[in-house]
Design a protein around this ligand. Structure first.
Ligand code: PAF
Length: 286
């Protein structure tokens, strides 16, 4: 079946009706899974849509470059917008609905209320991008309310985003299952990102230091050794302007101590040329 494109609330409600969502789902089986995106879809997004299809009878993909989660001086204006190709990707991967609202459809001009990401929204990535996580959670909550999925799928590459969405679901009692999908990488280790297209060939080569650093850290055992090994790789690449390298608890994003046992996220953010990139790996310590 062709993908149904909805640009507003009425179109979305009509798409749900056309697909019979909310009527025919057998008990225990999810009727609708949502994959929220900002478009510029790549192989990583394809893997999210495929995972969503395994989890539910129907898949909706939202395509919306959310102005609320970009700070002044960030790349909102130049963020890649490739809607025609995105539609093809969604159709090829079997999504039933593409929800692509305008900013006017999403936000009233005198908008007052939004979601606060709390203290966790102000550390690590949130310290470098003030307000980013408030804007991200606000749009994700609105997408949940508009699309009304049973399941939503997010990439683990945005690990702090995923942790905050899980926290929002818990704190606000949202009836949605959150699924985290593994990061997809190029053969040479570069994590797929819509922002990779900003990189020149030379910058792309320098950007490989991020994943190299994470893999070097992952070979070590203790937190201090993990941080030291990863840092050494980044220090050896002068083209990489490091923002942060942290080893944190995946649920709280606070730094883990030397005796920590359990899952930890080794996360990095750096600027290569004018492009800001993030990446992470999940490790089991202790
Ligand atoms: O990860 C993204 O692409 C965005 O942060 C999201 C979740 C679609 C919200 O705008």
């Amino acid at each position: 079946m062709d993908v149904i494109v909805a640009g507003d609330r009425a179109g979305l409600a009509e798409a749900r009706r056309t697909l019979g969502i909310g009527r025919e789902a057998p008990p225990g089986r999810a009727a609708l899974a949502l994959v929220p995106t900002m478009g510029a879809l790549h192989e990583g997004h394809r893997s999210l849509i495929r995972l969503a299809r395994e989890r539910a009878d129907h898949v909706a993909v939202s395509v919306f470059v959310n102005p609320l989660q970009f700070g002044p001086g960030e790349d909102y204006a130049r963020y890649p917008r490739t809607f025609d190709t995105d539609l093809e990707v969604c159709a090829e991967e079997g999504a039933g609905i593409v929800f692509a609202p305008s900013a006017e459809e999403m936000y009233l001009p005198d908008r007052q209320v939004g979601v606060s990401a709390g203290k966790m929204g102000t550390i690590v990535e949130g310290a470098s991008r003030p307000g980013h996580f408030d804007g991200m959670l606000t749009v994700v909550l609105k997408l949940f309310n508009l699309v009304r999925p049973d399941v939503a799928v997010f990439g683990r590459k945005d690990a702090q985003q995923l942790a905050l969405i899980r926290r929002m679901v818990l704190d606000l009692d949202l009836p949605i299952e959150i699924v985290g999908a593994p990061t997809v990488r190029e053969a040479d280790g570069l994590a797929l990102s819509s922002r990779n297209r900003y990189l020149s060939p030379h910058e792309r080569t320098m950007a490989l230091a991020l994943s190299r650093a994470l893999f070097a850290g992952a070979e070590q055992g203790r937190p201090s050794e993990i941080r030291r090994a990863a840092r050494a790789v980044l220090d050896a690449e002068p083209g990489v302007d490091l923002d942060y390298l942290v080893l944190v608890d995946p649920a709280t994003f606070t730094e883990v101590g030397e005796e920590y046992a359990g899952e930890a996220v080794l996360a990095v953010a750096a600027r290569v040329g004018t492009t800001r990139l993030i990446d992470n790996v999940v490790l089991t310590l202790g």
